[in-house]
Every structure is written in structure tokens, then in C-alpha cells.
Write a protein that binds this ligand. Sequence first.
Ligand code: PLP
Length: 284
Amino acid sequence: MTRIVYLNGDWLPEAEAKVSIFDRGFLFADAIYEVTAVVGGRLLEYAGHAARLQRSTAELGITCPLTPEALLEVHREIIRRNALESGLIYLQISRGTADRDFAYPENPTPTLTLFTQAKSVLENPKVATGISVACVPDERWGRRDIKTVQLLYPSMAKMEAMAKGADDAWLVEDGFVTEASSATAHIITRDGRLVTRGLSNAILHGITRASVLSIAETAGIPFEERAFTPDEAMKAAEAFITSATNFVLPVTAIDGHTVGDGKPGPLTLRLRELYIKQKLADAI
Ligand code: PLP
């Protein structure tokens, strides 16, 4: 089935949606993106993603051409037009098109695109086994709190991790794990405490991370927001990643070292279950 995508107010078959080679998203990675999961034709965590989109665009001085209400309606419409039952919605907004110049153009018209990916987001075979990760130096820029489309280094890191036989990369800076290539990294200590890095410009402020911390608090699972080293993670009882595409996903090996008993940890699986239950109930 040909996807119907959104481009600047138009609904088009994917092959007909064209963006200028002078778009600053293409020339300078001068663009923001968001990813929202869809289950049962409904949006998960929409409010969080919309708020982060607003923050990211504000940090770069890009103005979203749609009101918050219209943006939500476009999300709903793309679900309808693609009969999307389960999958992901990718939104990208660039500063717009202008002749090539490092200086921002005056009053550009942003380019807003949305497309869908149909896939089963709830049934992930990796939940039963966990994923393996390899540690790779974090060589990204210093404003990782802004969700830009500069995804080349995370791609390189993932390729490096996969070349080592791992599923994904955990990025390491100054001896501490920052995050995964496209997810937040967490561990559970041997005394049952969830540890996740505190918010700063070093990491993306994960929407799933925030929800998992709130769920942990309600469930009485103690947590600490602090950085941890790869060595602490390898010796931890459990490890996992969180993201809009993976929800809560166990990590069972780090640089070839088994985490805990090598199986997805019980607290990780409990957090996944609680997360999915709550987010399905709150989906819009
Ligand atoms: N960190 C990075 C670098 C990411 O790319 C992502 C998701 O794309 C996350 C963390 C997780 O963020 P969220 O839970 O909002 O999907």
C-alpha cells in the first residue's frame, strides 16, 4: 500500500512528496523531529512529544506553522488516511528553504512533513531475550537535549556496535554512559534501585524516561538520577533502554558481559508492563 504523507498542508502519495534541495534540513540538518507510537489507531504519549517539539523548535528559533490543535488533527488524519492500526508517526520540521548560507534566512517558511511506519510496536521478540549493547565513544554535538535530525553519529555508533555483534550502542563520555544511540539507558542496581542519568544538555530528555520514573515512584521502586559507568552497568542486576519505539526493552549483555543472569530482569519487565498498561489507557 502506498503511504499517504503530509507535506506543508498537502496529503500526497509518498512518491509525490518532494522537498527542495535547498531545504536547510538537507543542507544543514537544520530541522527537528519527533516520533510518536500508535497502538489501536491511537497516539501514545502525544502531549509529551508535542511539548518537546515545541521546546526543540523554540531552541532553534523555528516556528511550527500549525497551532497545537491543528498539529494534533494532522496526527489523527495521517492515522486515518493510512488506516494505521499500529506503528509510528515521524514528524520533521525544518527551518525551510533558502539559498545556501550559514546565517539563518529572514522569515523562512518552515517545511513540515509527517509520515507513518506500520509495524507491531507492542510485540517485540527482543523483549523475551533482551538486546546486547556495545559501548562506543559519544562524539555527538553538545546540544543533545534538542531533538535535531543530526542522526549521522548515532547511525555510525550503531553500525560500529553491530560490527561488534551487538544490537545497539551505548554512548560513553568522560567514562560515563550518556544514552543509547536512539534511546535512554537505565540500570537496576543489585539492591533494586533504578539508576538513570540526570537531565542536562548531554542527553535527550526522553518522554518515555519521564513516564517510567513517574511509574517507578508510584510503584514504590526507588530511583536515582545520576550518571553510571559501563563497569557499574555490567555489574548491575538489570539494564534496559526506553524510547517511544521500544517502550521499555531489556538489555542483557554489555560489551559481551552478561547483565545479571543474562535474562530480561523482573523489574524491567514489570516496568514495561506498567508502562504499556498506563499508556494504552491514556492513549488519545
Ligand atoms: N535518546 C536519544 C538519543 C533518542 O534518539 C531517543 C529517541 O529517539 C531517546 C533518548 C528516547 O526518547 P523518547 O523516550 O522520548 O522516545
